[in-house]
Design a binder for this molecule. Structure first.
Ligand code: GCO
Length: 440
């Protein structure tokens, strides 16, 4: 790698990221059913019909995993807590075993000198709440606020930061309009409601956590810069709609208290009544913004009713996900966010990484593609810093190969290879390379 820790400003945070459902093993420790369990139990939703029942067995192997984070030279570990583990019925009495587990996990990070970056919601909605309509239900923000208070009441005193929601676009649009993630709906009304309620849930949790006296609170948004496949007026208009729905909806609501016109065009008739009155709460100040970046989108005019968006095939090299490798998108994105939305609010790249068909040969895993990917994206982050973006840290997604949602265990994003039969962990060449770049 050409990039070293010393290339970055003093105090810049390097971390690795994971999420509860993707690694813990949802069948252990009294966790309740979540909507990913039921989504995965429906034929055709997940590749090879896999689910998160055992995942990486992190629930039992977390000390080994935290040792690997420490030994990799990282400063911080981004993890999420599972709502369905903490509150098996979504509401009511918490599961003490879960609270004790997260308590030990946070202490385990501190003992190893790692800063805990906590995410409250990384997609494991309790099934009992899904039965009530999940994020389409107007009470969902309040349910989420109750959960946030319980878990942050237990571990909030020791975490370095808390994010309310991970990737609200995936929670709302990908899951209720495109149908790719749980609950797998394709419904404009459900999607519009989820697009609004997830932001209200963010607002509710911010208020509850501020009420507990906790600081350093933020949200993690995913951005896929939209570029037109051609310069025809139809493709340019489709690109503007895509940008409004995927990239501007959440940050514009939070930073400016408004929703973009190009998205309201199709969504306004389906939003809950009185939505305008909620934007004041939604735009309450945050302390930092998390940015998840993987690739760009090449957009063209699509068929059918609004929003008539379709993806065009890019010509760049692609990862195992079929996503184009496009590091310059990251520097452009960070600069755009600073310039158009958040000014000098601290930014963190909370996820960036790639999937590859990694294999163990002679006991080792050689992944030069990932080393190059990381190197080029860290360079892009540096370029954004040079242009004045207030970037404070960078987290690689992911620490471990894990349950990659609808793609099951086939798609490997980890710095560490996981054998899903034996659960053996094998650090890949990228882990070793990054470790020396970070000065270990
Ligand atoms: C994401 C997710 C991760 C995914 C990763 C790769 O936040 O989309 O946070 O859970 O595994 O993005 O698709």
């Amino acid at each position: 790698m050409r990039i070293f820790r010393s290339s970055f400003p003093e105090g810049f945070v390097f971390g690795a990221a994971t999420a509860a459902y993707q690694i813990e093993g949802a069948s252990f420790g009294g966790a309740g059913s979540c909507h990913w369990d039921t989504f995965a139990a429906t034929p055709g939703n997940v590749l090879r019909a896999e689910d998160g029942a055992r995942a990486c067995d992190h629930y039992h192997r977390w000390p080994e995993d935290l040792d690997l984070v420490r030994d990799g030279g990282f400063d911080a570990y981004r993890f999420s807590t599972s709502w369905a583990r903490v509150m098996p019925e979504g509401r009511g009495a918490p599961n003490q075993e879960a609270l004790d587990f997260y308590d030990r996990l946070v202490d385990g990070m501190l003992e190893r000198g790692l800063k805990p970056y906590h995410t409250l919601y990384h997609w494991d909605l309790p099934s009992a709440l899904a039965d009530l309509g999940g994020w389409t239900n107007a009470d969902s923000p309040k349910w989420f606020g109750d959960y946030a208070e319980v878990i942050s009441g237990r571990i909030g005193d020791r975490v370095a930061s808390t994010a309310t929601i991970n990737e609200p676009w995936c929670v709302a649009w990908l899951s209720h309009f495109l149908g790719h993630h749980a609950p797998g709906l394709r419904d404009i009304r459900a999607a519009a409601r989820a697009m609004h309620h997830i932001l209200l849930a963010h607002a509710e949790a911010m208020e509850r956590l501020r009420g507990l006296g906790l600081g350093n609170l933020g949200i993690v948004l995913n951005f896929t810069p939209a570029e037109p496949a051609s310069d025809t007026p139809a493709d340019l208009a489709a690109t503007a709609r895509q940008d409004a729905i995927a990239n501007r909806w959440f940050i514009e609501a939070i930073a400016k208290g408004s929703y973009p016109e190009e998205a309201l065009e199709g969504m306004a008739p389906h939003l809950p009544e009185g939505w305008q009155d909620d934007l004041g709460r939604i735009s309450a100040p945050i302390d930092w913004l998390g940015v998840n970046y993987y690739t760009r989108g090449l957009i063209q005019q699509g068929e059918g009713p609004w929003p008539q968006i379709s993806d065009a095939e890019g010509r760049r090299a692609k990862t195992q996900m079929g996503w184009e490798i496009y590091p310059e998108g990251l520097s452009g994105l960070l600069q755009r966010l600073s310039r158009e939305f958040v000014g000098d609010l601290p930014l963190y790249v909370t996820e960036n990484g790639m999937a590859w068909n990694d294999r163990i040969e002679n006991g080792a895993c050689f992944d030069p593609e990932r080393i190059d990917y990381i190197d080029r994206h860290l360079s892009a982050a540096l370029a954004a810093l040079d242009c004045g973006a207030n970037l404070k840290g960078f987290f690689y997604w992911s620490l471990l190969d894990n349950f990659e949602w609808a793609f099951g265990y086939e798609r490997r994003f980890g710095l560490i290879h996981v054998d899903f039969d034996t659960f053996a962990r094998t650090p890949k060449a990228s882990y070793h390379e990054l470790r020396s770049a970070l000065g270990k």
